[in-house]
Each structure stands twice: as structure tokens, then as C-alpha cells.
Design a protein around this ligand. Structure first.
Ligand code: TRP
Ligand code: SF4
Length: 491
């Protein structure tokens, strides 16, 4: 049997594949080639799925504004599972995302029964210090849900579009579920949509890196994004099979629809509740249209894009203008008109107190298993490593961890080990080894029976010790830097 040269596939992935069919999560492989320099978790297939990540990849490539948003319920100790999420937030921040981190004290209060004081302590002492120590930069926003008026107001508004049947279908809520728990769900949706509010620069792609357990929140929020928006931009086709764009504004104020029509140049038709954009696009049209965008940064961004297309189209002019080039230009023109239209729609919506949310994107990562096999559980300290564990204790936990090795050395030499069922290998894959080659080598040595578990444990324990020691020093520095960060606490 030939061994796969992919050190990052796991037997567990098969279980995750159900998510693709049942919930419409897309395999991450599809979007991987579009990402400039993918994160370790992407390369290693720790991140296995996504929704709409194309728009994030595109924003990273073109320099368009985008955000990363995530939340942590302040429930207990910050551990390696949280580090995974934090690493992804920080990576997106480094890739240019404006960043938002919510401490879900409303969730902890309503679901766990924690006091506000306890939420604050855990929030700062566990999560915020580690987030900063891992590299979160001060230009991002950190907030406690209960201190953030814009999130609370938005949550209330979102509540209008959520009813109990929907909550019970998504979350299995019953007659016993308390009201605050439901409010905390609306609050999480508000967390996710907040980066698109006017005060943060308006609609933009937002990515939420999560484990699959958080997907229900994403489904709810994506639905809400559509329901809350004043207009919907759609692609349509006329009787001749030609495409055009249409803006549907069911329930939108009539003046808003009129105002929108005024801002779309060229051939446009206004109906009772929608507008059809029928202009055949050329350079002049694109230029005129983009001038309608009032935000200077965005306007310039689109101008540059348009100039690029024009340049390409000019350089590739006949007689050598190949079909695929025509197609390429057509596709880009089409996409850019849609985007300009969406910008203008967003501006008009905002002027009429409406929203124009883009459904949030998400990524899904595999969970680490517990160090003793099975699940990580906060009630079993030996099953996980906290970022605040004494480094020596952390190293010991690694040495006690369950491996995928055989019972006797002879057997292991003959049969090889099973890295996919080995929590020590997992630690190296998720956290401790940054070098893909080295990891691949360990995997091959393990499988072929030339590597014994002792050497992995030794290596991983040393790295764990170093990591924890360094991280905890950085946490102390972070404590002193807290003032430099934008943190909204509960008043
Ligand atoms: N529910 C999440 C948890 O249990 C925390 C959370 C709150 C969150 N708001 C969020 C996660 C927004 C992602 C996005 O940890
Ligand atoms: Fe795990 Fe290393 Fe043992 Fe293989 S040799 S089972 S990777 S500890």
C-alpha cells in the first residue's frame, strides 16, 4: 500500500465531511490556491472547511477592506484550543484585516450563571492577556459584549427578525430555555455583523474562524444579514439570455429607491419595488458609476481596479484579442459593476437608516483531541494544556499523553505507529512545529517504524516547555501594555 504524502490528513476528517453535505460548508481545498501565503493551519488541513472565504482571499489579494471577528466565552482557563483561534485572528490581522474580538460575557452570564465581575476577571486574566501575548496588535478592537452599546443595540434590532421556531430549529431551544440565553444568541449575531456598521466603515467581507460547533450561529447570522438588508442585489437574465443586475427593495422606503436610481448612471429602469441596471458597461460608465461612491478610499480602490482592467483590455486588443481574454475582461467588468453597485446601495441604505450586510464568511478547524485520547474537557486538567500551566507541568502532561505507538518496541518497529491517532503528533502539528518538512519527516519515520514515541515526547515536551515559558513572560508584558489597547469594559 502506498503511503499518502500528506501529513495532515486525519482519519477524523471523514466525520467532518458530513458537514459538507448537510450544512453546505465548502471544502477548504477549493479556496486554498487563491490565498497569498496560507496559514500553517490551512496548509496542514487543520482548517478543513469554509463558507464564502473566496471574498476574504480576494480582499487579501487586492487590498480591499475586510475584517476578522471572533468571540470567546469567558468560561474558564485559556488553553491550546483557544490559542488555535487566536492564532487565526492574529494571522488575519497581519494580512490586513481590521480585527474585532468580543468577550462573550452575556453568554457566560446567561448560560453559565457567572457574575459580571467573574466574567471580567476571566476575560482579562485568561483570554485578553493571552491574545495580546500571542501577537494581537493594538489597532484591533476588544470588547466585552455587555459594555458595547452598538452590539447590544444591534442585537435588539436583529431580534425582530428571529422567532422562537427558528431558534428551536437551529439550537433545539425549548419552552424551558431562558430569555437571556436567547438574547445571547442575538448578541453573538450582532458581534459578527458589527464590523459592517457605518462607524467601522460600512459593509465589508468579515471572516469568523471557528470550530464546527459554532456553525449554527453562522447560519443564523448569514440569514439575518439578508433579512436585515434594505436592498438585495441580484443577477438576472433577459429573454435573450443576457445578464443584467437588479436591485430588489421589498419594503424599502420609496425615496430610498428613487435616490438609488439617481445614483446609477446610464440605462436604468425603476419599478414599484426594484431597479434594473440595463446599461451595457464600458469604461466611461464604470468611471462615472464609481464616482458615485462618496467614501474616498473606496472610490480610489475601484478607480484603480477599473484602470487595471482598461490597461489589460488595451494591451490585449485585437488582432490578438483571444476569446479567453475577452471572457476574462467580461468577468472582471461584471464583477466590478456588481461591487460598485453594492457600495452605492450600501450608502443609500445607510442614509435611510437601513443596512446592507454581506453574509459573514467563516472557516472551520478540526478540534484537537484530549491528551489522553477522547475529547478535551475543562473538567479533566490532564486532557488539555492551559496557556497558564506551569511550563514544567505542561511538559509533564506531554510526556503522559497518549500516543499512537504500539505496546512493545518490537511491535512498533515492525508495524510502525499511527500519527493520526497520536496526541503528541497532534501537538506538533497544531502548535509546536512550524516547519512542514520536519513534521512530514517525523510522520514518515513514525509510520515506517523507525521512530519511537520516546523521541517525539522528548521533542514535544521541550518545545512545550519553551512555548509556555515564553508565552507567560509575554503575558506579563501584555499586562503592562493593556492601556495601549482599545478595550471596552462593562460600565
Ligand atoms: N459562542 C462562542 C463560544 O462559546 C463565543 C462567541 C461569542 C463567538 N461571540 C462570537 C464566537 C462571535 C465567534 C463569533 O466560545
Ligand atoms: Fe506519535 Fe511519535 Fe509515537 Fe508516532 S512515534 S505514534 S508520532 S509519538
Amino acid at each position: 500500500m502506498t503511503e499518502k504524502l500528506d501529513p495532515w490528513s486525519s482519519s477524523e476528517i471523514n466525520d467532518y465531511s458530513k458537514l459538507f453535505e448537510e450544512f453546505g460548508i465548502s471544502p477548504f481545498d477549493n479556496v486554498l490556491p487563491e490565498i497569498p501565503s496560507p496559514h500553517m493551519y490551512m496548509r496542514r488541513r487543520v482548517i478543513f472547511g469554509h463558507r464564502d472565504y473566496e471574498q476574504i482571499a480576494e480582499a487579501m489579494r487586492t487590498g480591499a477592506p475586510f475584517s476578522v471577528m471572533d468571540g470567546f466565552m469567558p468560561s474558564g482557563k485559556v488553553h491550546l484550543g483557544h490559542k488555535m483561534v487566536m492564532d487565526q485572528i492574529i494571522w488575519h490581522q497581519q494580512m490586513g484585516a481590521s480585527s474585532f474580538v468580543g468577550i462573550a460575557d452575556r453568554e457566560a452570564f446567561s448560560v453559565r450563571g457567572f457574575s459580571w465581575q467573574k466574567c471580567r476577571e476571566i476575560g482579562v486574566e485568561e483570554y485578553i492577556l493571552s491574545l495580546i501575548a500571542l501577537g494581537f496588535k493594538p489597532d484591533g478592537l476588544i470588547y466585552f459584549q455587555s459594555g458595547c452599546d452598538s452590539v447590544k443595540d444591534l442585537a435588539f434590532e436583529l431580534g425582530v427578525k428571529v422567532n422562537f421556531s427558528e431558534l428551536s430549529a437551529i439550537y433545539g431551544f425549548s419552552g424551558e430555555t431562558n430569555l437571556s440565553h436567547m438574547i445571547s444568541v442575538a448578541t453573538q449575531a450582532a458581534d459578527i455583523l458589527q464590523p459592517q456598521l457605518e462607524e467601522f466603515g460600512g459593509p465589508k467581507p468579515v471572516v469568523v474562524p471557528v470550530g464546527p460547533d459554532q456553525d449554527p450561529h453562522l447560519r443564523l447570522t448569514r440569514g439575518l444579514a439578508g433579512k436585515m438588508s434594505m436592498f438585495r442585489v441580484e443577477e438576472r437574465e433577459n429573454a435573450n439570455g443576457e445578464k443584467y443586475l437588479s436591485v430588489r427593495g421589498k419594503g424599502a422606503p420609496k425615496q430610498a429607491l428613487h435616490e438609488l436610481k439617481k445614483r446609477i448612471p446610464g440605462k436604468v429602469k425603476l419599478y414599484e419595488e426594484h431597479i434594473d441596471v440595463l446599461q451595457i458597461p464600458d469604461y466611461a460608465f464604470l468611471e462615472r458609476f464609481s464616482l458615485q461612491i462618496s467614501q474616498p478610499e473606496k472610490r480610489e480602490y475601484f478607480m484603480t481596479q477599473i484602470q487595471e482592467i482598461a490597461k489589460f483590455a488595451n494591451e490585449a486588443k485585437p488582432p490578438e484579442f483571444l476569446d479567453y481574454e475577452k471572457y476574462f475582461v467580461f468577468r472582471r467588468v461584471w464583477k466590478i459593476i456588481r461591487k460598485i453597485l453594492e457600495e452605492v446601495v450600501a450608502e443609500v441604505s445607510a442614509e435611510f437608516e437601513g443596512y446592507a450586510f454581506i453574509p459573514p464568511a467563516s472557516t472551520y478547524h478540526r478540534f484537537m483531541s484530549g491528551l489522553q485520547g477522547g475529547k478535551m474537557s475543562s473538567s479533566v486538567p490532564d486532557s488539555y494544556i492551559a496557556l497558564t500551566d506551569d511550563p514544567k507541568e505542561g511538559a509533564k502532561k506531554v510526556k503522559r499523553a497518549k500516543t499512537g505507538g504500539c505496546v512493545t518496541l518490537e511491535e512498533q518497529k515492525k508495524l510502525g505507529g499511527k500519527p493520526d491517532e497520536c496526541s503528541v503528533f497532534e501537538l506538533m502539528l497544531f502548535h509546536l512545529l512550524g516547519d512542514d518538512e520536519e513534521l512530514l519527516e517525523i510522520r514518515q519515520e513514525c509510520v515506517s517504524g523507525t521512530r519511537m514515541c520516546g523521541s517525539c515526547k522528548q521533542l514535544a515536551a521541550e518545545k512545550m516547555y519553551e512555548f509556555l515559558k515564553d508565552h507567560q513572560e509575554k503575558r506579563e508584558l501584555a499586562r503592562e501594555q493593556l492601556d495601549e489597547y482599545k478595550i471596552i469594559y462593562k460600565k
